[in-house]
Design a protein around this ligand. Structure first.
Ligand code: PMP
Length: 441
């Protein structure tokens, strides 16, 4: 539909969408298409094309879910075959393969249940932890994200061990969990990478704490790595105070290698939440995996876990195909993906250095972030709103010049990346850096 103000096919289309879709977007995040709407019509490997025919390198990768690349033939064939054969049944003949592949690679996966989103599976993990320990509250950390549920969002710079303050930056209306009484009854918010703060809290309140939930690498807080020995100490403290340790590996799972962060750091949590790359990027699927003795509560029906589409065949087909593709040749595809991504990191840094723009890239190559500052963030709480605003400028400039990145400033590679993509990155990132430098000055 053409309107007077639309300058292109896509702009006209966006106006049509916007009439019915709040903000014209499917979620409220800082993504380039909030500023300049983008609707995609075609994809191949690492590239996507919008309605006006513009080509992009896709390092947004559907918030990190896309790991097999767009149009991966083996993956798509597996999904198509499933659509034709068993699309709408519960329990199909791919259950065993999908379960066994996860159990083979993820150290904590003694038993597994499937869901659709990360948000819901995190809630199931918390519920199991409460049931297992007979305790109520949980500990979470500043700058971490565990889904779009009221009891687990928000909160920055709270005093150690204190409940979340009532008015804090980023407060969102209508979110129950942000009300003080609800927070107080459910969670403690702590600074991350500070095992002493956790120990101090557990000494005082350990008898009411069921779980500690953490991203093992805090990707959502700017791709901050755990301090050496930190995760090990968290593990010891959880054991000492009979607290369930939950690793939220919804981003790191199958990105930091097939065993995720728990294999990479040699720390096995009691429960793990998986999502995003677990399903390759094409369909939603998540999983709660963990120790048999805890997961057994589901076998015994002592804890409810429900969901109309849990274990749906298309999701299991996606898990099976993804893990078969990623695990071939000892995970060579992930290694190659990481080394190509590191070349892009080096280019971005060189381009920034060349024009005198301060820039750091931090985190594992498969889920790193860049920031317009001169020192890496040591803690997610250091990711200030001012820095975030600067990063968003570069995010938007990259998108204008044909490189899509994820919220916020994250670069998510997929296994189809190749040398041509590196060259594309060099050319287009350079222009985005130059434009950003102009604004920065
Ligand atoms: N945990 C983490 C670490 C995440 O990054 C996300 C999504 N960004 C979630 C949980 C929630 O997953 P979903 O969006 O599938 O509900």
């Amino acid at each position: 539909m053409k309107t007077e103000s639309a300058k292109s096919v896509m702009q006209a289309y966006q106006l049509r969408v916007k009439r019915l879709l709040p903000g014209g977007v499917h979620y409220n995040f800082h993504l380039p298409w909030e500023e300049t709407p983008i609707h995609f019509v075609k994809t191949k490997d690492s590239r996507v094309w919008d309605m006006d025919g513009k080509e992009y390198l896709d390092l947004y990768a559907r918030f990190g879910a896309l790991i097999v690349g767009h149009g991966n033939r083996e993956y798509n064939e597996c999904l198509k075959e499933t659509i034709d054969r068993t699309l709408s049944v519960s329990h199909c003949d791919m259950d065993a393969e999908a379960l066994e592949l996860i159990a083979k690679f993820v150290p904590s996966a003694e038993m597994i249940r499937f869901g659709l989103s990360g948000t819901e599976i995190v809630q199931n993990a918390l519920r199991l932890a409460r049931a297992w320990t007979g305790k109520n509250r949980f500990v979470r950390f500043e700058g971490h994200y565990h889904g779009n549920a009221d009891n687990i969002m928000g909160g920055r710079r709270a005093k150690t061990g204190e409940p979340v303050p009532k008015d804090f930056p980023g407060d969102l209306k209508g979110t129950l969990g942000r009300a003080r009484d609800c927070m107080e009854s459910q969670s403690y918010l702590l600074p991350w990478n500070d095992a002493d703060a956790l120990e101090d809290l557990l000494i005082r309140h350990g008898d009411d704490i069921a779980a500690v939930i953490t991203e093992p690498v805090c990707v959502n807080g700017g791709s901050v790595m755990p301090a050496p020995g930190y995760l090990q100490r968290v593990r010891e403290l959880c054991d000492r105070y009979h607290v369930v340790l939950i690793f939220d590996e919804i981003i790191t799972g199958f990105r930091l290698g097939l065993g995720g962060a728990q294999a990479a750091f040699g720390v096995t949590p009691d429960l793990t939440t998986l999502g995003k790359a677990l399903g390759g990027g094409g369909v939603p699927v998540s999983a709660l995996v963990g120790k048999k003795e805890i997961m057994q509560l589901l076998t015994e029906k002592k804890v409810i876990h429900a969901g109309t589409f849990n274990g749906y065949p298309l999701g299991l087909a996606a898990v099976k195909a993804t893990l078969e593709i990623l695990s071939r040749n000892n995970g060579a595809a992930i290694d190659r993906m990481n080394s190509i991504m590191q070349q892009m990191h080096a280019i971005l840094k060189e381009e920034a250095d060349a024009v005198g723009l301060p820039l750091v890239i931090q985190g594992p190559p498969s889920c790193a972030s860049f920031h317009l500052c001169s020192e890496p963030l040591a803690n997610p709480a250091d990711y200030t709103f001012d820095l975030l605003a600067l990063d968003i400028i570069l995010n938007n400039n990259l998108a204008r010049h044909g490189i899509l990145v994820s919220t916020v400033s994250r670069l998510y590679p997929n296994i189809s990346l190749n040398e041509e993509d590196v060259e594309w990155f060099r050319e287009h990132a350079g222009r985005a850096i130059a434009d950003t430098k102009e604004i920065y000055d």
